[in-house]
Write a protein that binds this ligand. Structure first.
Ligand SMILES: [Zn+2]
Ligand SMILES: [Zn+2]
Ligand SMILES: [Zn+2]
Length: 394
């Protein structure tokens, strides 16, 4: 089975749940389908869209505050005259790197170059027939040719360049260059790790695990519902990192290699996905609670309580107490309670032979030992800030 067939596989389990929660209109808005697996960001959308370059007929995305694309920004720096005049003059014809279909009607092979506009077979035929392009296109002996199939790079949706190569022209060239440089990792790793030849409004989800695809789409929907602007160039590096690392869920990604804005986006995606279907009942069995399940912000962490029986007892107490608390500090107060039990847990762990694992064997002496330990820590000015150490007038 090729990688493309694998990426079109239906969603199951958690991925299915996430996809079921995505509005079909949202999928249409982004032009997404399982076979295509590319999100195309709509330029005019207030949150997903982006401003276009102010230069007449440029059509590229404006990145800088001046409202120009990178290329026009470069031209503007070396241009004379007024800004208004500059933006009113159409951008000169440029070399674009987009690959399009062969100019022969219905031919599904990619053109060789923008100037030739024909696939290699039709280009060869045209030279042999010694015709110019318009004459060649009208000639009755010219008929469209079937595609060689899609490039074998998982992320790539371009057509293969020929019968022999398994890749599009760009990836064939890249492969040859890597072999020459001695950096070619083998075809299988190459197919998985190469990025798509990006178009600026597209975010390519090919070659990602189905759960990652679902997390990205559902997370993006929730972020847009929350009113946060998310341009494609923030989402694209997150997806590329997930593809390079071949993770099975976004939770496995180490955000350290992303810039802060993209870290925030990754965090928003994973949080949204985690919260889908979350209830107090499902959350209370975990060791770290997302306080959103209880209508609070932040989290509650029970991992410091070592003994399973004590941890479960603290969870039950917090679950009981939390809904009764009012105000924004409720979560903080509950975590302070939990931290107090962490100290008791540490004391049992350090001072009892059975590490405090058997509640039935606990006795009065354990509480005396605990009190002594607290007094000792307070005296050391150690880990626990106490009432005494916080008071003024040292
Ligand atoms: Zn421009
Ligand atoms: Zn052709
Ligand atoms: Zn390719």
């Amino acid at each position: 089975m090729s990688i493309h067939a694998a990426s079109a596989r239906v969603f199951v389990g958690r991925a299915e749940e996430l996809m079921a929660a995505v509005d079909p209109e949202f999928l249409d808005l982004l032009g997404w389908s399982p076979d295509r697996s590319v999100l195309t960001f709509p330029i005019g959308h207030p949150l997903l869209g982006m401003p276009l370059c102010r230069v007449v007929e440029c059509g590229c995305v404006a990145y800088s505050t001046s409202g120009l694309c990178r290329n026009c920004e470069k031209r503007w720096k070396s241009a004379d005259g007024a800004f208004e005049v500059f933006v009113a003059a159409p951008r000169p014809v440029r070399r674009r790197n987009g690959v399009e279909d062969c100019a022969v009607g219905g031919c599904s092979r990619p053109w060789v170059t923008r100037t030739r506009q024909l696939c290699s077979a039709h280009q060869y035929q045209r030279v042999k027939m010694n015709l110019d392009l318009p004459e060649f296109l009208r000639h009755p002996a010219v008929y469209p040719l079937p595609s060689f199939g899609t490039c074998e790079v998982a992320a790539c949706d371009r057509q293969r360049s020929g019968k022999v190569s398994a890749y599009c022209l760009q990836h064939t060239q890249r492969r040859t260059r890597m072999i020459k440089e001695g950096t070619f990792p083998g075809d299988e790793a190459f197919r998985r790790a190469m990025r798509a030849v990006s178009k600026f409004v597209d975010v390519n989800l090919r070659g990602l695990a189905p759960l990652v695809v679902a997390e990205v789409i559902y997370g993006l929907q929730e972020r847009i519902r929350g009113g946060t602007k998310t341009p494609p160039w923030h989402l694209r590096p997150v997806c590329e990192l997930a593809r390079t690392r071949q993770v099975s869920t976004l939770d496995e990604l180490d955000p350290a290699s992303l810039c802060r804005r993209r870290q925030a986006l990754l965090n928003a995606l994973t949080t949204a996905s985690r919260r889908l279907g979350m209830t107090p009942e499902s959350e209370r069995h975990k060791d770290v609670w997302d306080a959103a399940a209880f209508g609070r912000s932040g989290s509650l962490n029970f991992t410091g309580v070592r003994q399973p029986w004590l941890r479960e007892a603290v969870k039950a107490a917090v679950c009981d107490e939390l809904p009764r608390r009012r105000g924004v500090q409720a979560r903080g107060q509950m975590q302070t309670h939990i931290n107090a039990f962490v100290k008791l847990s540490d004391s049992l762990h350090l001072q009892r032979d059975d590490r405090g694992t058997h509640p039935a064997l606990l006795e009065r002496q354990d509480i005396v030992n605990f009190s002594n330990r607290l007094a000792f820590l307070a005296e050391q000015g150690g880990s626990a800030p106490t009432r005494g150490s916080l008071s003024p007038g040292r």
